[in-house]
Design a protein around this ligand. Structure first.
Ligand SMILES: [Zn+2]
Length: 430
């Protein structure tokens, strides 16, 4: 092929044959060549036939040893469209018989061994899947839902196979709802990078065990901190798999805040019920007044909050207890942190507000892990955004009937995986 200049730009002469043109845009090189290009105008399709030149030597795709040919199979791959025309690549792909590996189809440079797409087409589908759901991509690319889903599943499989879990030091464990209200999956995230490392069914010890099983003893030894909810199952699993787990398990401030926030809300609801039953005035619509931190409140709510905060309402007292706990995350030494939290627990337990007392007892029983979170400076704040993104994935897929697909979609969007076909980088090199 005529080349001009150092940039390797190919010159298109008026006589440039269409076979050469397709060889260039498909990146077909010796020993493969484009032998035929057929335009099917009615069907709006371009069919490109590719064949091996006679002189080529057959080698085993696994070990690279030369071996005798066995037979060949006719295959086709959908490529990027040529203008508005669907473009399909055809080839008789030889199979070889390796003494060690048996009968195998040889590798072709434009596609991965499985799947009916060229690598460029597959890469384009992957790009689109990051922007839209499977049905939308299928519609736009004139492919079936199953074909698009196949690309996603393959992308996740290859991404997981390539993934390295070497540098993980801090992980967060969280639960998120799957489809129905009471179905959950456990999501393990790398706190440092934010990528999702593992998604497991349910929220049991087994769910987390699965993640630990992925790591080598060396990788397990590198784990410095595990942020989690005050959940017995996760604690049990972590204790079973990590040495010194009781110094690494962290009940971080977001999980503690959630526990206390729920307790305040329970106090508030009970109080409204009591006041109403006694025929007294009960301030309604106060849920968010006591749920938000004052510095984040819009000014109109802030005014209402200032009034309620100094009232004799039980909800106001509960709120004050919760708010005081926010300031206990500033200590840097174990001794001080423990001492101040114990003071706070004493106050909460004497509050005569049953839900606050219950929450304070939970905090007391988990204080060791709270102190770990404080001294290791571990927060799982990212979990909230991961969770929000997972709910977005669920929503844009209009829910998932199949749990495995839900998990694959989480890995696809949040796994930080290298999703693209392996030969893409070599394929596009000039
Ligand atoms: Zn072999």
């Amino acid at each position: 092929m005529a080349r001009s200049g150092a940039g390797g730009r190919r010159t298109l002469s008026p006589m440039y044959p269409k076979e050469q043109f397709y060889a260039a845009i498909l990146g077909i090189r010796a020993p493969w060549q484009v032998t035929e290009v057929e335009l099917k105008e009615k069907a709006e399709e371009v069919h490109v036939t590719v064949a091996l030149s006679g002189a080529s030597r057959s080698t085993c795709p696994k070990c690279g040893r030369a071996c005798p040919g066995y037979d060949s199979r006719r295959r086709s791959w959908r490529h990027l469209d040529t203008c508005q025309f669907k473009t399909i690549v055809w080839a008789d792909v030889p199979r070889v018989e390796c003494g060690e590996h048996g009968v195998l189809q040889i590798d072709v440079p434009w596609a991965e061994p499985s799947g009916g797409f060229t690598v460029l087409m597959e890469a384009l589908i992957i790009d689109w899947l990051q922007e839209a759901n499977t049905s939308a991509v299928a519609r736009r690319m004139r492919l079936s839902w199953h074909e698009i889903d196949g690309v996603m599943q393959r992308a996740v499989r290859r991404g997981l196979a390539r993934r390295k879990l070497e540098a993980i030091k801090r992980v967060g464990v969280d639960e998120t709802s799957f489809q129905k209200r009471h179905e959950y999956v456990t999501v393990v995230t790398d706190i440092t990078s934010g990528r999702v490392l593992h998604v497991a069914d349910d929220r049991k010890a087994d769910s987390l065990d699965e993640f630990w099983a992925l790591l080598t003893p060396k990788q397990l030894a590198r784990i410095e901190a595990v942020a989690m909810d005050m959940c017995a199952a996760y604690v049990r699993s972590t204790r079973e798999h990590l040495a010194d787990a009781d110094e690494k398990i962290c009940f971080d401030r977001f999980h503690v805040a959630k526990l206390l926030g729920d307790a305040v809300n329970t106090v508030r609801k009970q109080e409204i019920r009591e006041l109403t039953a006694n025929g007294e005035y009960a301030p309604r619509g106060t849920k968010y007044v006591f749920a938000q931190n004052p510095e984040n409140m819009p000014s109109w709510r802030r005014a209402q909050f200032e009034l309620l905060k100094d009232s004799s309402l039980k909800a106001a007292r509960a709120w004050a207890i919760k708010d005081a706990a926010r300031w206990l995350w500033r200590y840097t030494t174990r001794g001080w942190a423990r001492r101040m939290w114990k003071k706070w627990i004493g106050w909460a337990v004497r509050s005569r507000l049953e839900p606050m007392k219950r929450a304070a007892r939970t905090v007391r029983d988990h204080l060791w892990g709270i102190v770990n979170a404080i001294v290791l400076r571990v927060t799982n704040a990212g979990a909230e955004s991961t969770n929000a993104r997972i709910q977005w994935i669920k929503k844009q897929a209009c829910g998932f009937r199949n749990r495995e697909r839900f998990k694959a979609a989480i890995y696809f969007h949040l796994g930080g995986l290298d999703l693209y076909p392996v030969s893409l980088s070599t394929h596009t090199k000039a």
